[in-house]
Design a protein around this ligand. Sequence first.
Ligand code: 5GP
Length: 211
Amino acid sequence: MVEKVYITYNQVHKLCQESAARILNDFKPNLMIAIGGGGYVPARILRSFLKRPGSPNIPIQAIGLSLYESLPTSASSPSSAPETAGTIVTRTQWLDLSSLEMANLIGKRVLIVDEVDDTRTTLEYAVRELQKDVEAAAEQQGRQEEGGRTKFSVFVLHNKEKVKRGRLPDGMVQEGRYAAARTVGDVWICYPWEATDIDEHDRLAAQQPQT
Ligand code: 5GP
C-alpha cells in the first residue's frame, strides 16, 4: 500500500509563503502559468506573496494537462516490460498561439506552477511545449531575439524523490529555476482541494507527524 500524506490548506499557504522569497530572489517572474487543476490554488496564493509594493500583481495564465497511461497491448507490449508502458500527456486547455496570451510570454520570465512533480512527465511536456510555442509566436511577430530571451522556471509544492521519466532543460535546476517547497518520498499526497470531506481530511492531516 502506498503511504498517503494529507496536506491542509494552511500547509499549502505556508509552503507558498516560505518559497516566495527564494522565487523572488532567484527568478523574479513577470508572469505565472498554472497547470490545472493542481497548480491553480498554489499559483493564486503565491501571487499574494510575490506582490511588491508599487508593482502590479503578477498575471496568472492557465493551461490544462492530463496524463494517461497507455495500456500495454498484449503481444506488442508485454506486461513484463514496464518501461515500455508510455505515458501520454493530453492538453485539456492551452494558450492561444495567435492571441495576446502567447505574445504576453515573449521575452518574459515565466514561472510554471504545479502541485507535485511525480514522474516529471507533465513538467517536461509543459516546459518543452511552451518554449516551442513562444518561439513560434516570436517568429510570427518578428521578435525572434526577444523570444530567445524568454526564461521558464518551475515551482511545485512537492517533489517526489524518485527516478524521473521526464527531463527538464539543462541548466534549469543549476540556475535556480526549479523550486520545490518540499522533497518527499514516493508517497501519495492528498491535497485539500480534492477532499470530499474537508473536516475528515484535516483530521487525518492532524494525526500525521508535522513536516
Ligand atoms: P507527473 O507524473 O507528470 O509528474 O505528475 C502528473 C500529475 O499526476 C500531477 O500533476 C498530479 O496531478 C498527479 N499526481 C502525481 N502524484 C500525485 C500525488 O501524490 N497526489 C496527487 N493528488 N496527485 C498526484
